[in-house]
Each structure stands twice: as structure tokens, then as C-alpha cells.
Design a protein around this ligand. Structure first.
Ligand SMILES: *Cc1c(COP(=O)(O)O)cnc(C)c1O
Length: 392
């Protein structure tokens, strides 16, 4: 037995070789990668190949990015530490003081905050307009407008943006079109097929699908834009953890199955809730009574997605009664989980607005947004209609 000092344990061992290979992507938590010599390291930095330091890139992010690329028809997408850091990387990489950004007026809550508070602090001006109203969007374009940020389906009112009009407006005015495709996912809408310049995801939601990883994704049509966004991601340290990427890849494998099932459930649930006792109205894109029904059909091609909203006849007391009558439904401010989750905008995402501000959007105290999961449709319908009936 050779006597070795205990410190030699810190020397890293070579991975055991095997002719067979693992069928599951290995989890690689290494922060640093050792190079054979300075020439090799120099060459690696020069052509940005391989891995050196995990903030600059790591295998689990790479594997995940290439898989989401396949769904979006993208080339060389980037994984970020959250959906918000994907948006942050786009803004930080591509904008400078004096630029103007136009956003949809019903973006995700933190995106609205970024637009209305944080970008102005950095000298970037912003305005918000209704993306279902192309004239309002056009009127908000300025000579210094650099970018339009929209979501295809709005939160929580499920309105469908005039994507064709907005893409044409962006092209005509030379403004970059950035689409946050989190709600719709590439299963319902592929922004790059409709002239988007940049596509963003909160991978946290439907793509990863199990509420156990916080991640974002961003892809750019123009490789120069990709470089700017990637540099912002790496420099500002917005980069993801290998473990979250590993979990998200595992979740992504079942994404299309989950989405199709959840969408099927959502359509059935929307129809069952419409006209049910205690329910005032239901908002789901493929229903004929949806306010943007024709556009929804044109934009989403019948893929209504897993998100629906409904309004109870009653107010806050009815809302309380609804969640208490359905304790098995997770009342939690997220979406895209494998199971159904309920959110109540007046007490969560939209609590910062005045009651008048909320009612201008059509969000009352009886308003709920549902992220429909993959449970048995009949179970869901029974739970929800019973809970709605318990409010009157
Ligand atoms: C959740 C969400 C985000 C933010 O994503 P995080 O992963 O929570 O940072 C951005 N946009 C939309 C539409 C979202 O739903």
C-alpha cells in the first residue's frame, strides 16, 4: 500500500471510461475546466469553443439550449438564470441610454416593472400600448424606438395580440420585434416563422413544466444580436445553474405531451365552466365568445393553449369561497406546472393597480386565471364546477 498524504484527495480523478455510455445526460456541476497548456487555452478562448468557466457556459446549459432551439426553429439560443434574466440580457445587451422601447400594456408583471421603473432609471425611455390595437401600437413608435416587446397572449385577460400587424409595423419602422413566447410556447406559436427578431422564454413555466427549476431562454435571428445578448448574460452574471438545466431538460422531454393534454383539458374545462352556476364569463382563445376569436384562430391556428380565465358572479367573498371549496387545486402565483394552478390577479399580480385600473383591464375581485394541468379532465371539471357553485 503506497502511503499518500491526505491532501492528494483534492486531486481530481479521471472519469472511469466505459464503451457503453449513459442514456441520461450527465449532470456536470464543475465551475472550472482544466486545459492541457496555455496554447490550448488561448485557442479555446479565441474561437469560443469548449468550456472554461461555468458562467461563460457549461454542458447542461448547452444541451438544454440546443433542444429548445429545435422547438423554436432557432439557431444558437442561450440559457439564462430565469425568464426575467432572459429579458434583462436582451435589454442590457442591446439598448443604450436615449433608446426607446415599446411594450405591450399587459406584459408579465415584472416585465412591466422593468419597463416602467428600471429602464427609465438607466436613461432608456419606454411606453406601453395595447397590442390588440395596431393603431395604438403605431402611435407609440418614436424616431428613437429600438425595440417592441410583446407577449402573444396577455396575462391574465388572455387577449391575443395582433402579431401580424405588429410584425409588419416593426419591419416598416426598422424596430426589433422581441416576443416573450412563454404563454403560447412553440406548440401554439413560433415567433421566428412570423418575423420576430428575438424570442424569449421563461423556461420555468411550461417548457420545464414541474415548478422545480427557474430558467430562461433567449434566441436571436441575427448572430450579432446573439453575441451582444450572450455577452450581457455572461458579464452581468445572469447565467443558469447546471442542476436547473438538468432538471429542465428532463421536464422538456415530455413538454409536447404535457402541452397537448393540458390544452385539451383547458378547452373542455372552458366549455364546462361557461354557463356553469356561479360563473359570469370564461375567456379562452378558441371559444367563439372570446373577444379576439377570429384573430386567435389566425394567430394560434386552433391551439388555444393551457391558459384560461374566468370571472365569478360574486366578488372577493366568492373568490375566497372558491379556493376554499377546491383545496386540491394549488392556489399559487405561477403557471405551466404539470398540475393545475389557480391565480387571483386582484390579490397577487395586479394588487399594485387601483381598483379602477384593474376594472379597466376587466379584472374584478371574482376574476381567476387558471393554468390547466394534465389531470383527468372530468376530475378537473367536477372540482371547478362544484367550487363555482359553492360561491353562490
Ligand atoms: C414567469 C414569466 C416571466 C418571468 O420568468 P421567471 O422565470 O419567473 O423569471 C416572464 N414572462 C412571462 C410571460 C412569464 O410568465
Amino acid at each position: 500500500m503506497i502511503k499518500t498524504p491526505p491532501t492528494s484527495l483534492v486531486r481530481r480523478t479521471d472519469w472511469p471510461t466505459s464503451v457503453s455510455r449513459p442514456v441520461v445526460t450527465p449532470l456536470q456541476p464543475s465551475v472550472v475546466y482544466a486545459s492541457p497548456d496555455p496554447d490550448a487555452l488561448d485557442a479555446q478562448y479565441a474561437d469560443a469553443s469548449g468550456f472554461t468557466y461555468a458562467r461563460e457556459g457549461h454542458p447542461n446549459a448547452e444541451v438544454l439550449a440546443r433542444k429548445i432551439d429545435m422547438l423554436e426553429g432557432a439557431d444558437n439560443g442561450i440559457i439564462t438564470g430565469s425568464g426575467m434574466s432572459a429579458i434583462g440580457a436582451v435589454f442590457l445587451g442591446m439598448l443604450k441610454a436615449g433608446d426607446h422601447v415599446l411594450g405591450g400594456d399587459q406584459l408579465y408583471g415584472r416585465s412591466l416593472r422593468l419597463m416602467t421603473q428600471d429602464l427609465p432609471r438607466l436613461g432608456i425611455t419606454t411606453s406601453l400600448a395595447d397590442p390588440t390595437d395596431i393603431d395604438a401600437m403605431r402611435a407609440a413608435i418614436r424616431p428613437e424606438t429600438r425595440m417592441i416587446l410583446v407577449e402573444v397572449v396577455s396575462n391574465p385577460t388572455i387577449r391575443v395580440a395582433d402579431m401580424e400587424g405588429i410584425a409588419a409595423l416593426a419591419k416598416e419602422t426598422g424596430v426589433l420585434l422581441v416576443v416573450d413566447n412563454t404563454f403560447t410556447t412553440p406548440r401554439s406559436y413560433k415567433p421566428f416563422e412570423h418575423d420576430a427578431d428575438i424570442v424569449i422564454h421563461s423556461v420555468t413555466k411550461l417548457l420545464a413544466g414541474h415548478s422545480d427549476a427557474t430558467l430562461g431562454y433567449v434566441a436571436a435571428r441575427d448572430p450579432d444580436h446573439r453575441t451582444l445578448i450572450n455577452d450581457a448574460n455572461v458579464t452581468w452574471g445572469l447565467t443558469p445553474s447546471p442542476f436547473d438545466c438538468w432538471l429542465a431538460e428532463r421536464g422538456l422531454h415530455s413538454f409536447e405531451l404535457r402541452y397537448d393534454r393540458a390544452q385539451d383539458n383547458a378547452r373542455k374545462l372552458a366549455d364546462a365552466l361557461a354557463g356553469a352556476k356561479g360563473i359570469k364569463r370564461v375567456i379562452y382563445p378558441t371559444r367563439p365568445d372570446h373577444p379576439d376569436h377570429n384573430r386567435a384562430t389566425a394567430v394560434l391556428g386552433g391551439q388555444g393553449g393551457n391558459m384560461l380565465s374566468f370571472e365569478l358572479e360574486g366578488g372577493r367573498a366568492a373568490a375566497n369561497a372558491f379556493t376554499r371549496a377546491a383545496p386540491e387545486l394549488a392556489f399559487a402565483p405561477t403557471l405551466g406546472d404539470i398540475g393545475t394552478t389557480l391565480s387571483h390577479p386582484a390579490s397577487s399580480s395586479h394588487r399594485g393597480l387601483t381598483p379602477e385600473g384593474r376594472s379597466a383591464l376587466g379584472i374584478s375581485e371574482g376574476f381567476f386565471r387558471v393554468s390547466v394541468g394534465v389531470e383527468d379532465a372530468e376530475l378537473l371539471i367536477n372540482e371547478m364546477t362544484a367550487a363555482a357553485a359553492a360561491t353562490v
